[in-house]
Design a protein around this ligand. Sequence first.
Ligand SMILES: *[C@@H]1O[C@H](CO)[C@@H](O)[C@H](O)[C@H]1NC(C)=O
Ligand SMILES: *[C@@H]1O[C@H](CO)[C@@H](O)[C@H](O)[C@H]1NC(C)=O
Ligand SMILES: *[C@@H]1O[C@H](CO)[C@@H](O)[C@H](O)[C@H]1NC(C)=O
Ligand SMILES: *[C@@H]1O[C@H](CO)[C@@H](O)[C@H](O)[C@H]1NC(C)=O
Ligand SMILES: *[C@@H]1O[C@H](CO)[C@@H](O)[C@H](O)[C@H]1NC(C)=O
Length: 243
Amino acid sequence: MDKPGHGKVDKEVWRTRGSFLHRSTGCGDGVHASIVITLLIGVWCAQALEVSVGKVSFVEVMNGSSVLLPCTYSSCIGIQNLYFNWKYNDNGTLNKLCEGVIPAEGLEPHVMIYHERLMFVGSSKESNISVLLWNVTFEDEGEYICFARNPKEKNRNHSAIFNLIVVNQLKEVDNTLTIIIVSVIGGLIGLIIIVMVIKAVVLHFLNKAQEKNKECLVSSSGNDNTENGLSGSKADNKASPKA
Ligand SMILES: *[C@@H]1O[C@H](CO)[C@@H](O)[C@H](O)[C@H]1NC(C)=O
Ligand SMILES: *[C@@H]1O[C@H](CO)[C@@H](O)[C@H](O)[C@H]1NC(C)=O
Ligand SMILES: *[C@@H]1O[C@H](CO)[C@@H](O)[C@H](O)[C@H]1NC(C)=O
Ligand SMILES: *[C@@H]1O[C@H](CO)[C@@H](O)[C@H](O)[C@H]1NC(C)=O
Ligand SMILES: *[C@@H]1O[C@H](CO)[C@@H](O)[C@H](O)[C@H]1NC(C)=O
């Protein structure tokens, strides 16, 4: 690590990637290998720590119910004394709801709660720092910010925002929209079916009419041929006495 040629690079690597490669960079040829590996890891995971509230960053709940405010973190360099908190954006003022420190991977944090209807339900085994809010009121609506900081990576701040929407009746708006969409689609399909049925019926009758027309035309000119075509021997029988 004290080789003049590599000093600068090594320092850079250590600063950004924490201390876990310290030991392996210690000896001779290992230096190059670990630098390469570290750079690869660096490229591969640009965000050392990531917090996420999941794919859907909002939820609609009914007043009086409980709601899970989800948040997870992931880190490819590992965590150490990961500090996290949840804040509520009360019209621009950020109120801290809870905070805690996860000493290391797999160790459960001691969480301080500052809200009477909030409970920590996460688990560091699942990198989960979700909280549960119960007896939701309309005043609880708004932005909830999940924040995490990993001292292992220069105390960089990470956060994710979850939106809580409180409604009187669950998915009232969504349901009407769904109903509208379903009825429109249903109506369209029904219309298409009706049009097709009408078309089929009309074509059927047109064909019949045409056949009849043909029959009429042919029969007026000479009925033997058509009656033969229509019903084999009977027509013959009929035809023979006539003839
Ligand atoms: C939700 O709010 C409505 C309107 O304010 C109220 O009538 C109802 O009792 C509330 N429901 C619960 C479970 O608190
Ligand atoms: C939010 O703050 C603005 C001014 O800062 C105020 O006009 C508004 O009424 C506030 N809204 C609520 C819901 O408190
Ligand atoms: C986090 O933990 C809560 C409570 O155990 C659970 O409901 C939720 O599904 C977990 N989230 C993830 C992403 O594992
Ligand atoms: C939540 O609501 C239930 C029923 O309305 C009530 O019995 C309970 O005490 C409430 N809990 C809190 C923490 O407000
Ligand atoms: C992270 O946020 C804290 C306040 O929560 C701030 O004091 C600190 O400067 C921030 N750090 C970085 C690297 O932005």
